[in-house]
Design a protein around this ligand. Structure first.
Ligand SMILES: C[S@@+](CC[C@H](N)C(=O)[O-])C[C@H]1O[C@@H](n2cnc3c(N)ncnc32)[C@H](O)[C@@H]1O
Length: 362
């Protein structure tokens, strides 16, 4: 990648992913870029936690944004348009060359996202990051480059790889995560029955807009949880005041039952049906994705539920292809019913070998 960009021309795209998912993230980015007629070369190192697509020719990032919506990438926790790459940062003073490069972009920014790969090497930098972040922020503020009161401005990403290399770039609020490295800082609620409650909490924050959250997660609304035990997801919905029918042959934790809003049924999630339509159906059953996807589509298509959040478990090698196969199964069911729908899919920070989906009628 050349090191001297023209102002605001994007040299490429940097996508951060869970270490071990570089091949899936690469295939997805290559496929999306080709569909958008953005030719380029992908570099991906196994277990590095990020991939880079270098455009064949530097392209204004507004142009790239019009053609490729980074927010739709499933295996991207975070992504941005690369404006410069510095690969010989002096360890004694990284601030001066970084600031010089940032000033050359001729832009102001709404926020600074100082990031590293989510690897052991990246974590070793966390002490340095804590010390460096306020210094860089103060320098940017002094140079009048940081304007937190102007959210329409792009966000500045400084992605440090090791001690000498930095990728610098930008994203707008709608295309990347507002959390550095796409890692939400969610506190484990003390009464929740399992850590997987955080997965549903992250899914709600990531896959639904603030307005959608407000309108659809209200006290009094009904939900069904397929494969609920020990009750982390049911508890998450009950903590928002929803009434939950929780299906599982296994037991629910006492803390879930103590909410007084959860009814536990020992029944099969594949055959059980609600007597009346419900607002939400969530599903975390450990099953083949090709069995889960049609079941979710059927619930939404027939109006048994208005919306659904569900997991597709991906223990197989070709994860991206499997997700696309499930997307096609859902699309096929919706087309048969002539139903317009919204499907959002993301590999969340709290997801391991799985992705989380949101499906609703439009
Ligand atoms: C990953 S766990 C669910 C964890 C849960 N979401 C939580 O937050 O605590 C998967 C659950 O799916 C249940 N399960 C698997 N197949 C099922 C089926 N056909 N019907 C109902 N539950 C099923 C299992 O018994 C298991 O408890």
């Amino acid at each position: 990648m050349p090191t001297a960009p023209q102002p605001c021309e994007s040299l490429g795209l940097l996508v951060q992913c869970r270490p071990g998912f570089e091949a899936d993230a690469s295939l997805e980015l290559q496929t999306s870029a080709s569909a958008a007629r953005l030719e380029g070369k992908i570099e991906a190192r196994a277990q590095s936690g990020f991939i880079v697509l270098t455009h064949d020719k530097p392209t204004p990032h507004d142009d790239v944004r019009r053609r490729l919506d980074l927010s739709r990438l499933i295996f991207a926790r975070q992504s941005f348009h690369v404006l410069a790459m510095l690969d010989a940062l002096p360890e004694r003073d990284r601030l001066t060359p970084l600031l010089k490069a940032i000033e050359s972009f001729g832009s102001r920014f709404s926020a600074l996202l100082l990031e590293t790969p989510d690897t052991n090497d990246g974590k070793e930098q966390s002490g340095f990051l804590k010390r460096f972040a306020p210094l860089l922020e103060a320098a940017l503020t002094k140079a009048a480059l940081l304007r937190p009161d102007s959210p329409h401005l792009p966000r500045l990403h400084v992605f440090l790889v090791g001690t000498q290399c930095a990728y610098l770039g930008v994203s707008v609020a709608s295309e990347g995560s507002s959390w550095p490295m796409g890692i939400p800082r969610l506190r484990m609620p003390k009464d929740a029955p399992s850590r997987s409650t955080l997965k549903l909490a992250e899914a709600i924050l990531t896959l639904l807009s603030a307005d959608e959250q407000k309108a659809t997660l209200r006290p009094g609304l009904q939900a069904v949880d397929l494969g609920a035990a020990p009750g982390g997801w049911s508890w998450q919905l009950a903590s928002r005041g929803l009434r939950v029918t929780a299906l599982d042959n296994g037991p629910l934790a006492p803390s879930a039952m103590a909410t007084g809003l959860i009814e536990h049924l020992r029944a099969d999630g594949f055959t059980w049906r609600p007597k009346k339509p419900v607002e939400w159906m969530v599903c975390d059953m450990v099953e083949q994705p090709s069995r889960i996807a049609p079941l979710m589509a059927e619930w939404v298509a027939t109006g048994r539920c208005r919306r659904s959040i569900f997991n597709l478990k991906l223990p197989m090698k070709r994860r991206y292809e499997e997700v696309e196969r499930c997307r096609a199964l859902i699309d096929q069911r919706m087309r048969t019913g002539n139903i317009k729908y919204t499907l959002r899919i993301k590999h969340l920070y709290h997801d391991r070998e799985e992705v989380t989906c949101y499906l609703t009628r439009r």
